[in-house]
Ligand binder design. Structure first.
Ligand SMILES: [Fe+2]
Ligand SMILES: [Fe+2]
Length: 306
């Protein structure tokens, strides 16, 4: 390697380190780090205030700022948080399982089983740690599927039957699960590094799987969601048995799922588990449509749950 190459390599590694350092070693919240660029607000980020309240305050600050600039036409003092609140359907069947029959099902089931055991071994009974990392992965399939269907709709000048919206709703819902859990647990630097690596692998692997076989990709997600339901059932059982101490529900969860003010983590886990069961059914349904030789757009998507 000549001197020019060595200098270029050193500069590249310094640049990469500068990019990665805040992601891997930051101990402040994302919202806190944004506060300096969002305006002159003096929000005490190190207090026990929930992210929901912080976001609502930022939304108000932004609204006032936009009003000052003359760009906000709304007369009312809109304090809406930047998410769509809804009430989860907790009556959904938590035990439903799609029996693997075809080769497509068996491959998908095998992949999920192979991923399940090392994950359970790694986290054991650390339910909140498990949930944080699980949700960083769970929010990927909906976004990838929605993005690819979006691109297909543009290319073919055709409707998607509501499936783009349904999958993007799923991705957003999963991201809100993550936003809820990071209110009570901040991942350590090695967990952030793990998330960084897993996202790089999983996003690309799922993207390729969806391109190659959407019916396989949806079946994999269906089985991943079944495992998510099982994991949250274990989490809930440990909270109910007192193995794990219950705690007040994060403010963001109370706002997002329209929960009573005195809700606890048990209530939060119940609504999140119901969401996962809904994702399970949606993805198995999508795979069933395609396994039957049809396109998703031929069957209206179950939208509006969230
Ligand atoms: Fe989730
Ligand atoms: Fe899910």
């Amino acid at each position: 390697m000549n001197r020019n190459h060595a200098v270029a390599a050193t500069k590249m590694s310094q640049l990469l380190l500068m990019q990665l350092r805040p992601r891997l070693f930051s101990t402040t919240s994302h919202f806190a780090s944004r506060s300096s660029i969002m305006g002159p607000s003096k929000i005490p980020m190190d207090t026990t205030i929930g992210t929901a309240r912080v976001l609502a305050m930022h939304a108000r600050n932004w609204s006032a700022h936009a009003s000052d600039l003359g760009t906000n036409k709304k007369e009312d003092n809109d304090q809406k948080a930047p998410w769509e609140a809804y009430e989860a359907d907790t009556s959904i069947d938590m035990k439903k399982h799609h029996k693997p029959v075809t080769w497509n099902d068996k491959i998908a089931f095998g992949i999920v089983q192979a991923l399940k055991y090392p994950t359970h071994f790694y986290f054991q009974k650390k339910h909140i740690h498990h949930a944080v990392l699980l949700e960083t992965v769970a929010a990927v399939p909906g976004m990838v599927g929605g993005m690819l269907l979006h691109a297909k709709s543009l290319r073919r000048f055709e409707q998607s039957g509501g499936w783009i919206k349904a999958l993007l709703e799923e991705a957003e819902n999963e991201r809100m699960h993550l936003m809820t859990f990071i209110d009570v647990y901040r991942p350590k630097w090695h967990e952030r590094a793990l998330v960084f690596a897993v996202q790089g692998v999983f996003f690309n692997a799922y993207f390729l799987a969806y391109l190659a076989s959407p019916k396989l990709a949806h079946r994999i997600t269906g089985y991943l969601e079944e495992e998510a339901v099982n994991s949250y059932t274990e989490f809930l059982n440990d909270l109910e048995k007192g193995v794990m101490e219950d705690m007040p529900a994060p403010a963001i969860a109370i706002d997002y799922w329209c929960l009573p003010q005195n809700s606890t983590m048990k209530d939060v886990v119940r609504v999140i588990r119901a969401d996962e069961a809904h994702h399970r059914d949606l993805n198995h349904y999508a795979s069933d449509i395609q396994c039957g030789g049809h396109e998703l757009k031929e069957y209206p998507a179950p939208i509006g749950y969230h």
